[in-house]
Design a protein around this ligand. Structure first.
Ligand code: SF4
Length: 503
């Protein structure tokens, strides 16, 4: 069976240019894992990197026209309500007979499969959850010419106007999966992405990781030896020295998770590589971070989320502010300045919550680096289907969804003064992100003297936030004209300071 797997082009509007929750990083190897499994089953598989290779739909069309696959599998990424180009393309592919069957997979379609099957007639089926096993079953039944039987993990129309979806169990033993296939485009990234575990034992209300994997063991791991075998293969084939564990939660729960991390550290150390991970703050322990750093750990993303215990409880983060601060201390002691996840604006935030968050960030030296400052001072909670927050706000009648897709919801801020500050910071930081896009994405080389300019803009952002917050606390209400004036003035300052960088 001839199968083409497509990473489709992604278009992100300027208003959402820095909203990263549309697809988690841990999904970046879904196509590679599906390809590995399909190859193992004897199928002919090609991968088209529409996103990383910057292909247009016309260029992808030409590839499809040559290959004419039996199955076109698309890793579908949420497009902030703008899927129309992709759906239109798939309609054309189907109507011109360029692919006999179209199936889609990924976080977004897993959660919104009914919506997608209703809106996109060209899509024949949706892989719900991990794609390896349902994809192998789908390709197997198609190669035997059988009428498509119900397949666990595959949602499809039932022929009588409904949709049938048979649940699948997550893969029990991840060591039994073939290693993911990596394209040249993936090897061009600054680090080679790896997946050492799947899922998370946390239950944060804003996160849909566990809805993707479905019920079963919430955190599953590969053995350290299996991970090292994959890394050794990449080192010998590509000479790679930089890796990134895209696991949503590198450490498993409790002491077992820590022991596994120590074992990984001991195996990695003689290989002289560098790597990054993502983790929960309660899993950061001196005794384990030390050996990981000695083994090559160079950067880490930790989800602090808030500087207030009540907010952490509201998000069901199962961590405390004290744990946040302890994790920062331990990492810094070992020379690691972490990247942090932080939700400044929740739908139920009060000005007091925002003030406490602001002071937490200041106290912990998290407002000194422009890219961190810009992120932590504007992040608001994104509400996607499949999360507890979405469910809860909908039940309360506070969630609005658009006519084109119910996947993303909007819950208005309970307090207008919080909405005003969130609005100012979103507009101001969007101007900055657009201006810095070339530099932060590595497409443009930083001009001399840029660092001093960043410090200046950093101070200015902190000041705009602090001044606006103080004014709101003092009872001032920002109407549309006032907001527009603050944004305009700040824009003038940002573009003035960053003239040498942004031109
Ligand atoms: S810690 Fe929370 S946000 Fe992070 S992966 Fe786990 S559930 Fe999701």
């Amino acid at each position: 069976m001839k199968i083409l797997l497509l990473e489709h082009p992604r278009s992100i509007t300027p208003e959402r240019c820095n909203d990263i929750a549309n697809t988690p990083l841990s999904s970046c190897l879904l196509t590679g894992y599906a390809a590995g499994m399909l190859k193992r089953k004897g199928h002919e598989v090609d991968i088209v990197e529409g996103y990383l290779d910057g292909l247009t739909y016309e260029e992808i069309w030409n590839i499809l026209d040559v290959l004419k696959p039996d199955i076109l599998g698309v890793h579908m990424v949420y497009h902030w309500k703008t899927d129309l180009a992709l759906f239109g393309f798939l309609e054309r592919v189907k109507s011109e007979g360029l692919a006999s069957t179209i199936t889609v997979y990924g976080f977004y379609p897993t959660i919104a499969f009914e919506d997608i099957l209703k809106r996109a007639p060209a899509v024949d089926s949706v892989m719900v959850g991990e794609p390896e096993m349902p994809f192998a079953d789908l390709a197997g039944s198609a190669s035997h010419g059988a009428h498509l039987p119900p397949i666990p993990g595959l949602a499809a129309r039932d022929g009588s106007g409904g949709i049938r979806c048979l649940k699948q169990r997550p893969v029990d033993d991840l060591d039994l999966l073939p290693f993911p296939v990596r394209t040249e485009a993936l090897y061009r990234l600054p680090e080679v992405n790896l997946l050492g575990s799947r899922g998370c034992y946390g239950r944060c209300t804003f996160c849909s990781i566990n809805s993707f994997y479905g019920p079963g063991s919430p955190w599953r791991w590969r053995s350290p030896e299996n991970i090292i075998e994959e890394i050794d293969g990449i080192i010998s084939e590509k000479g790679a020295t930089d890796f990134y564990f895209t696991d949503p939660n590198f450490f498993g729960p409790g002491w077992r998770g820590q022991e596994r991390a120590l074992r990984i550290a001991s195996l990695l150390k003689p290989r002289n590589i560098r790597f990054g991970i993502e983790a929960r703050v309660n899993d950061i322990h001196d005794e384990v971070i030390g050996p990981l750093v000695e083994a090559g750990l160079r950067h880490i993303l930790i989800g602090l989320e808030s500087g207030k215990d009540d907010s952490l409880r509201r998000m069901n983060k199962m961590t405390t502010v004290a744990q946040n601060e302890r994790a920062l201390r331990i990492l810094r002691k070992h020379g690691i300045e972490p990247n942090v996840g932080f939700i400044m604006f929740e739908p139920d935030s009060s000005l007091e919550d925002i003030r406490i968050n602001f002071e937490f960030l200041r106290r912990n030296d998290l407002l000194k680096n422009l890219s961190v400052t810009a992120n932590v001072l504007y992040h608001h909670q994104i509400i996607l289907e499949g999360t507890e927050a979405y469910h809860h706000l909908r039940k309360e009648g506070r969630l609005e969804t658009g006519p084109s897709s119910s996947y993303e919801g909007t819950a208005y801020f309970r307090l207008p003064e919080v909405a005003a500050l969130a609005n100012i910071m979103r507009q101001v930081t969007n101007i900055l992100f657009t201006c810095m896009e070339g530099i932060w994405s590595g497409k443009i080389i930083e001009p001399p003297g840029a660092r001093e300019k960043y410090s200046e803009v950093n101070r200015m952002l902190v000041k705009v936030f602090g001044d606006s917050l103080r004014a709101l606390e003092g009872g001032e209400r920002f109407d549309e004209a006032q907001t527009a004036s603050v944004v305009r003035e700040t824009e003038k300052e940002i573009t003035g300071i960053l003239e040498i960088v942004c031109r």
